[in-house]
Ligand binder design. Sequence first.
Ligand code: ZN
Length: 434
Amino acid sequence: MLKTAHAQVAKLLKFIDASPSPYHAGATIEKQLLAHDFKRLSESDTWQLEKNKRYYVVRDQSSVVAFKTGHQPSSETGYKIIGAHTDSPSLKITPNGARDESGYLRLGVEIYGSPILATFSDRDLSLAGRVSYKDAHEPIKTKLVHFKQPLLRLPNLAIHLNRQVNEQGLKFHKQKELPLLLSCTNEQLPEQRFAQLLAQAANLNTTQILAWELTVYDTQKGEFWGAEREFYSDSQLDNLASCHVALKALFDKKNSRPASTLVCGFFDHEEIGSESYKGANGNFLSTVLARISSSFKPTHDDHQRSLARSLMVSVDMAHAYQPNFPSAYDPNHRVIMNKGVVIKVNANHRYSSESISEAMFIHYCQQAKVPYQRYSHCNDIPCGSTIGPMSAANLGIRTVDVGNPLWAMHSIRESAGVLDHYYMIKALQAFFKG
Ligand code: ZN
């Protein structure tokens, strides 16, 4: 089993390599959907859907909803939905970020979400994102841009200049100490120099580029580690690992002609609260579901019946127990790597699971013969959240929050267990099949 699991994780690591920004993640997901005969729909066109066909919709390049239509009416079967997010905490380059500082060219950054900032230091960083530009034929076009080589760095201070670092921790002043080093200065103005680099990477002229969004990412590739290579590490495991398992479930040959319509929603902006026109707290998923329903000519009442019969599995990563820090965890909820998928429970509904949706997910784990664990957060520390509670609230759909054990969530280098990735694929395939 470990061999099969390694093969699945090797594919995940390639998936992450191809997805250094949420826009690239959207493109990687689209490429896989096209390879599995999914047809792209545009939100601005009329949809004429057929039963047992495959479709997807993209909103602003980084959020995607893909679905296989079932052969039974949704009002009788409900929708089966898996949700995950395409973004990860990071640093983003500010619009006028290029600055000279005592012989160095630095790029100013804004913090996106809540990364562990110290983990960005002393790493081979680079940039990826998208540029909007004009060309001879169209006023505004957009393309992905990916500086593949290491380009930037946040050098740490030597211990001789920061003697208390091991006692007080590695801290960066968010405004003054996070700008990233790009080069030594020369006679060119900093903005011009950066504009030229960007234009080169995008294969455009500097005068064509009107606007851009660039995310900082780590160029180090994913890797297996451990005595049996039973762990793996990479950036953005939260939450590209969950996007990957969702796709594996959707592409499973055993559900090629499903009774229920199967839906996978991949959303940007989770790390900043999901409140945007493409985030999970927006109307993207609800409008796609309403349009699927209306394509098959049911009444408004039928659509509401479909939602009432639906189940959403919100997949995001879970905090694995790290034995060096026992006090950070509830002693009865120590989630262990490679011991199974995690059902996340929170009394204050930071996770959307309740006993019925929890039991439904356990049923699918049992069908798939995969182990599961339960996670409840330590009462001394505020609990994070996921797209689960807000999607459940917006759609009125029963939801369960699940995920795989992860160390160092929001570090630029996170770690997880090889077997758990395989287990989650199996559990979600059982959900889509059952
Ligand atoms: Zn997440």
